[in-house]
Design a protein around this ligand. Sequence first.
Ligand code: ZN
Ligand code: ZN
Length: 232
Amino acid sequence: MSVYIARVPEPDSKKDVPDLEIVQMEVGLLQNFCEVIGCPTTGRAALVDPAFEVDRLLGVASGRGWTVDTILLTHTHADHVAGLDEATAATGAVVRCHPFELDRAREQADRVEPLSDGEQIALGEHSIEALFTPGHTPGCVCFYLPRPGAVVTGDVLFVGSCGSVSGGNSDARAMYASLQHVLGGLPEETRLYPGHDYGPTPTSTLFWERMNNPALTAASYEEFCRYKRVRP
Ligand SMILES: [Zn+2]
Ligand SMILES: [Zn+2]
């Protein structure tokens, strides 16, 4: 028997609470995107993948009166964690990542705690859902924000393409499943915040991606492999 678990609507008492605010920042020389995510009501904030130009990221938070207490990692490739030591030293924030990425994250930060799949990470009046999306690396995580309805995807999904699956610890079949079944389960109006500025626009919606992105329109795993030029 399969059980379908519906996403639970938020209680009415939260209706008047303003949504999480997401600030997308392009940093460094590899067209990386980092996000600063804040709860306007409480001023609690999180950084996603503080790789480069950490002072600019922290400036965004402090300019809004936010306090960064959480750092979320989509994965630990160097272009996503290069500034992690600087960011944790400046904020004292707790770093959260996939269990497979703990050792690498702990090379640069003292307080690193593992996420679990589906975990609701509290941020002020809101929560952010951790979605395990292996494939690019075994420990890739996407972060879903029910309000405003956004997903931060790191190197899993880009606007118009997807992350590499030809690296040493990549797994094309796992990537296909993550794209089809994990990100495929999110509402079509969800706004996409990718880890790199590789597309025609900095963000898009999952609706646009499902119509236009060959990584998602591939009708089968074999077609996905042809698109990615890897052996099935
Ligand atoms: Zn990567
Ligand atoms: Zn990357």
